[in-house]
Each structure stands twice: as structure tokens, then as C-alpha cells.
Design a protein around this ligand. Sequence first.
Ligand SMILES: Nc1ncnc2c1ncn2[C@@H]1O[C@H](COP(=O)(O)OP(=O)(O)OP(=O)(O)O)[C@@H](O)[C@H]1O
Ligand SMILES: [Mg+2]
Length: 481
Amino acid sequence: MLQQAIKDIKSLEKQLFEGRVVAIEGLRIEATGPAEALRLGAYARFGGKDGPRGELVGFEGERAVFLACDDVEGLRPGASVCFSAADAVVRVSNSWLGRVVDAFGAPVDGGSSLSEGSISRQIKALPPPAHSRARVSEPMSLGVRALDGFAPCAVGQRMGLFAGSGVGKSTLMSMLARNAQADIVVIGLIGERGREVREFVEDTLGPEGLARSVIISATSDEAAPRRRRAAWMTMSVAEHFRDQGFKVLCLLDSVTRFAMAQREIGLAAGEPPTTKGYTPSVFAELPKLLERAGPGQIVPAGQPQGQITGLFTVLVDGDDHNEPVADAVRGILDGHIVMDRKIAERGRYPAIDVLKSLSRLASHLYSPETAEIARQARKMMSLYSDMEELVRIGAYVRGADPEVDRAVQLSPEIEKILTQHVGDNAPAEETFEMLAQVLGMGIEQPEPNPHIHAAGAAMAAQGGERRSENRASLARQLSGN
Ligand SMILES: Nc1ncnc2c1ncn2[C@@H]1O[C@H](COP(=O)(O)OP(=O)(O)OP(=O)(O)O)[C@@H](O)[C@H]1O
Ligand SMILES: [Mg+2]
């Protein structure tokens, strides 16, 4: 029965409907076709079933408006249009791990062709229903001191990374891809420079990082529908691994380029521009994309709960943190990490402004002890940043305020802890030990309560088992593919 159903779906995906190109204006192509094929979001190929692709983005009266995904040079009015349902779905398989694919799932790393998985996923899938999603509460070590200490992240949380151009977003992303405690990392590189993709894969990720990653890339020279689709594809790939119970880290660099692609498509389809030329659909599409990350649907007890932890970079134009895309994204996510050009100019990398960064789940993730350490360290940095100017020009006299004296003494030490080399992996516990030492607080070991210890050990063993089960099942599937 199931086999038959799969066959039916496959044959439906292969079913082709024909239409005709009637007008071409740059990348905008108008065409006619049978009513059953003309749906917003449908894909078609022009001039034959292997011709360049286009996405149906709007209607002009009875005519469908397509935006070309590929080069359409040489195309003429009268050319055939083949509609194919297969392009609206993707068949991800575990064999994609370690590979770089484009917006349509074709390999772009020069490697062998990829095998397809058995499940058809909608490229523009809906997030799991809100009421049936698992809760988010398990801390996830990101391996970056400034984040674990001051903007802690939970498994299944969604955070934004806000910074101007060239402040170090992509570099921080690569640190997270290598250091974070995740089973699988799915990385969407949207609108990057072509040079950066290879650099990212070969230099920053390295073979070990790449082995647990899938990279989806649509560079800045690719057409807007491809750039937008690559972001959707990133989420579809993350969902594929989440549904197998893995803890997936999904990194999208950058959401701004997704919004720009959506703006281009909206304008071509005839939408009116609003603030900064962004069309209303940009603000409708952003939450639909970002909501796909987060916890998966609750699974029966004993089965591994899949989660997608999302980290999305936002390019803040001209360092204006209130520009419309940044504003919209900040409202959707569960926390924001702010990077500051001034910190980068001082040479402190990663240039995270811990006083402006916020994790909305922090209070659930800190223990009473670590919360106190973070609070004290923040207080010292905040005091120092208020007094910095005065201290520099010598207007502050030592001894005037013991708290300020302490801040002046400790801030450089805390800055040192926040400085981290790209190749360093810093487990969260180590970060708190370092901070506690600087603050003279000392971390107490928990009371030796035999009951708690036994329960803790059992839970840890279960977690370990689950992870190794995951890995074992992944290994099985990999060898099967
Ligand atoms: N952790 C780091 N250590 C040392 N240098 C860094 C670090 N992070 C960033 N840089 C410096 O900043 C430059 C820009 O970094 P990166 O490409 O990560 O920024 P970006 O914010 O992604 O830029 P864009 O907006 O152009 O995409 C790097 O080429 C490097 O010189
Ligand atoms: Mg970048």
C-alpha cells in the first residue's frame, strides 16, 4: 500500500503540464498554461523539460508571471513552458552530510551526484503546530565564551546575530559550526560572495566540521528566486534531520539577503514598496521562515526529541540596529546577539557586545550560581563602560568609589576572557570557572547528595546513550545510502 502511494506521488511529481511563453522582460517572463498548473510558487522550465527554471511569483490578468532562476539567454516568446511539481519538493537524504548543494539540491562542490531520500518534503513547509511543539529548556554549549557566559542558548532556541558589514558575523558562525554541541549542522549561505563559500568550507569548517554538516549555498550573483529558495531549502534539510531525532544547529547567513531576495521578487510581481523599498510580503515571509526552526513536535517518551536550534545573521545596514529587517527579526526570535564595530576596531574578537546581547531564555538556563557570576561580570562591565571616558582622560580619581575601582581593575580581565581565537573551543563550564576566578567568587561543588547523584548519573548515561544511538542510526543510514 505504502509502496503504491509512494509510486503514485512520484508519478504525480513527474507529471508535466505545458504552456507558452508570451512576453519576456529581463528576468520577468509572462506565460500562459493550464489552470491546474498555474499556482503561486509553482516551478516551470522554459523551452523543454531540461531548460532553465522559473518560479511563478504573480499574475498579470490571466497570464502567469515567472521570475527566472537560471540564465534565460536565447529564450523567445512562443517557447514551451513545462510545469513540474517535482521542483516544489525536495528529497533530502543523510548522504548529503559533508556536501555543498545549491538551492535545488544539486551538488556544487565538484563531488559525485547525490542520492535522493525517500520522503518528499515541501520546500516551503509549515512549522509544527505551536501547541504540539516540545518545550525548550535544555542548555546547549555553543563553545564561545561571550555567548555561553552572557547570552546562553537552549537546544531549540532561535537567536539573531546582528552586526554591520565586516564586523565578524561569518567568522562567528564558523566558530559555532565547529564548537556547538549539536549532532548535525545545517548551514545556509545566502547571497555570500562566491569566494567566501570555498573559504568557509575548506578553511574555517575543516574536514571535521564538514563531516557533520550540510551546506546550502546561493551566492550573490544567483537570481533572487534561487537565493530565497536556498533559505527554504536550508530549513527543509534541517527538518529532515530533526525528524530523525537529531539535535540540529541551523545557521543562516544572512536573513537580510533572504529579505532582499523577497523584496526583489515582490517588486517584480507588482507589490508596492514600503520602508526602504521592502514590500509587505517581506515581513509576512520572515516569520514563516524563522518559525520553522525551534523545537520539533513532541515525540512519545523514550524516543529522541529532534530540535532545530537556529542562529540567523542580520546585516544591519550602516550599523543602524533599527532598520526594518533587523526590527522585524528581533521581534520574532528568542534572543539577539549584537556585534559592535567599535569592539572589532579595538581588536577584541569575536566583537560581541555582551551588554546589548540578550537571550530570552537565560533565566531558565543559568543555575543560581552561574546567574550570579554573569550578573556580577555584567555589572562590572556596565560600570566600566559608564566611567571609561572619565578614566581615560584622568578625571576619575582612584578611591572615590570602591565599586568603580573594582570595575576598573576587573574589566580588562573580563575582556581577556571574552577574547577568543577562531580555533579555540571553550566549553561553557570552563567559561564560568574563568569568570568566577576573576571575580573572586569560586564555584562551589554541589552538595554530595547520593540520590541526586544517582539520578544525575542515570540521566547523563541516558543522554549519552541517546546520542550514541543517534550516531549509530546515522551511521547505519549512511552506509545504507
Ligand atoms: N574572530 C576573529 N578573529 C580575528 N579576526 C576576525 C575575527 N572575526 C572577524 N575578523 C576579521 O574581520 C573580517 C570580516 O569578518 P567576517 O567576514 O566574518 O565579517 P562579516 O560580518 O561576515 O562581513 P560581511 O558583512 O561582509 O559578510 C575578517 O576578514 C577578519 O579580518
Ligand atoms: Mg559575512
